[in-house]
Design a protein around this ligand. Structure first.
Ligand code: SIN
Length: 607
């Protein structure tokens, strides 16, 4: 299948379920609210403004503080001599382990080279070959060719972010010739989607941090909302993601009634600087480009253990390398392996990988003279809010792009450096679709207020979720570990069993809203991972070590049950394409275990 769907016909008004929060005390009017300021959000915002729309960008920290700026390796596109979109497509499909949507991947790889050229026109400066002036390309895992454009050596995301933020600041200051504008709201945590009485998107509620519980809660009223909130790596104890990556977009979309898909496919980056068994929060990434330039993975005895495990050895797709490291650690009873790139020499380290060199040295390791201790850590959510090829979710007026979205491009495992490209290509498609809708649609009615408020867990829930997920749903999973994780997450749900409910629901605030989002997305991830009784891509089940195409070459699509937001509905698609056509299949047995029969949760309705 895949072709743009009219999702508006699939979803009617959804009974409002929202985070406990004060009603918005102020509002900004706009044509489109873009939530997030990475490559996807800023690209969508610029293109909408260029077409004459009034855009408001809501971002959780500063405009340049999202995940994009941490991207090291680069952006993949078939720009090199002898390369072609067809070869890029083939590598992407192999990495995706049978679950990529072929049409979405084709759009990505065919539009990719021009999208990179448009990014250059916007002001991004990539590294070039001194002799020819052509863009310098490197290799990363799963790519059979040199195809990764980079900037500042290993600071690609920072350069892309710099260029896009500069372009946005220009529009903020002077507007666009077509009458468009961009306003920004920084340090703002998005709370929930607003809808009108017909169930159409009418904007978002948000909280400007530091502005107090009541004055800080406001809204952007807009008929289109683009979620570009990035990932959810903070559900695990150790991740390459920044502290702001708490799954806010996926959680918002679930509460709004949208479908999410493929959440079980969390990519663990194989080479993250190992800082000790108790390391928590954002960890320094050692880009795959270091292996692309010839670094070797070795065990404690100096043996290159990836050789012979895959034809590409250290440059096998990321899931295979992460599994190879985990297995070797188990065999040797150790916590990490080593990445050896001493042979690069001091000059190459300083010129090609200055960011990584500085990060290693800051932690007392000198890669010029010693191997770098590395271990896998949570890196990228291959799944997310399900969209069609125009970026539309199953809720009318709600769009998603970048890591928060599941466009079908990544399947069961994202190919290295495809994410910046996906953010670019699909953000442009979304902008076109928002602009078309703006020309034809009536504005939505006023947002419906009230609705069922979900009680908030205490702030400490964040650490508890991270520990549960790291123990039970990390690189290696089993039915047992996932069942334990599901039960522990249910016990952390303040809307769950009376025994688990805190004496007093926690007060609304940034930490408790984030904790609620993390707990919800973790529960969905675990529900999908329990259901998928096979090993595929970055979902590795100890108790089901093989892939099972007959049963599982399909997607798992999860929604919150509108009648009982404690329960999740999981259904499967009839094949690799979207959208799902199989009948909804409730998780009855597992839900009964996770949520022992209770009288309905106490009414949390607000007037
Ligand atoms: C890396 O540089 O290894 C990360 C690139 C990516 O996640 O695509």
């Amino acid at each position: 299948m895949t072709g743009p769907q009219d999702y508006a016909s699939e979803t009617g008004a959804f009974p409002a379920v929202r985070l406990a929060a004060p009603e918005p005390s102020w509002a900004i009017e706009a044509d489109v609210a873009v939530v997030g300021s990475g490559v996807a959000g800023l690209t969508a915002a610029l293109r909408c403004a260029t077409a004459g729309l009034r855009v408001v960008i809501v971002t959780k920290a500063l405009l340049d503080a999202g995940s994009t700026r941490w991207a090291q390796g680069g952006i993949a596109a078939a720009l090199g001599e002898g390369d072609s979109p067809e070869q890029h497509l083939a590598d992407t499909l192999v990495a995706g382990a049978g679950l990529c949507d072929g049409t979405a991947v084709r759009l990505l790889v065919e539009d990719g080279p021009d999208a990179v050229r448009r990014l250059i026109d916007t002001g991004a400066v990539f590294d070039t070959e001194p002799a020819t002036g052509r863009i310098e390309l490197t290799r990363e895992g799963g790519h059979h060719r040199r195809r990764i454009a980079h900037a500042g050596g290993d600071a690609t995301g920072a350069e892309i972010s710099r260029a896009l933020v500069a372009a946005v600041q220009e529009v903020r200051a002077s507007g666009t010739p077509g009458g468009g504008s961009i306003e920004t709201v920084e340090h703002a945590l998005v709370l929930d989607l607003l809808k009108d009485a017909a169930g159409h998107t009418a904007g978002v509620s948000l909280h400007v941090m530091g502005e107090g519980q009541h004055d800080g809660v406001g809204a952007v009223h807009a008929p289109a909302v683009v979620l570009a909130t990035g990932g959810m790596g903070q559900v695990f104890s150790a991740t390459t993601n920044p502290a702001v990556s708490t799954g806010d977009g996926v959680a918002l979309a679930l509460r709004a009634g949208a479908e999410v898909s493929d959440l079980e496919f969390v990519q663990f980056h194989p080479t993250v600087l190992y800082l000790g068994p108790g390391a928590e929060g954002q960890q320094p990434l050692i880009s795959e480009a270091v292996r692309g330039e010839g670094a070797h993975l070795v065990d404690a005895d100096g043996v290159r253990f990836m050789v012979g495990r895959h034809e590409l050895a250290e440059l096998a797709p990321r899931d295979i390398v992460a599994k190879g490291i985990t297995r070797r650690c188990q065999e040797q009873g150790v916590e990490h392996m080593y990445l050896d790139a001493r042979h690069f020499g001091a000059r190459m380290w300083a010129e090609r990988f200055p960011t990584i060199l500085a990060a290693c040295r800051a932690h007392g390791i000198d890669p010029v003279t010693e191997p770098i201790p590395v271990a896998p850590a949570a890196h990228y959510a291959s799944g997310g809010v399900r969209t069609d090829l125009a970026g539309r979710t199953t809720v009318p007026g709600l769009y998603a792009c970048g890591e928060v979205a599941c466009t079908g491009v990544h399947g069961a495992n994202r190919l290295a450096s495809n994410s910046l490209l996906e953010g670019l290509v699909f953000a442009e498609r979304i902008a076109d679709s928002v602009v078309d809708a703006a020309a034809s649609a009536d504005r939505p009615g006023p947002p419906v207020t009230g609705g069922r408020e979900l009680p908030l867990p205490p702030a400490e829930t964040r650490r508890a979720v991270q520990r549960v997920m790291t123990r039970g749903a990390g690189v290696l999973r089993s039915a047992e570990s996932l069942a334990a994780a599901a039960a522990e997450l249910a016990a952390l749900d303040p809307a769950g069993s009376a025994a688990a409910r805190p004496v007093k629901p926690a007060e609304p605030g940034t930490e408790t809203w984030e904790a609620a989002n993390l707990r919800l997305v973790a529960a969905v991830l675990v529900a999908a991972a329990r259901r998928r009784a096979e090993t595929r891509g970055c979902h590795w089940r100890e108790d089901h070590p093989d892939s099972d195409d007959a049963r599982w070459r399909r997607h798992l699509v999860v929604t919150l049950d509108p009648g009982d937001p404690r329960a999740l509905t999981v259904r499967t698609t009839d094949g690799t394409g979207f959208p799902p056509v199989a009948a909804p299949e409730a998780l009855a047995a597992e839900d009964a275990a996770d949520h022992p029969a209770q009288p309905a949760a106490e009414p949390e309705e607000t007037p």
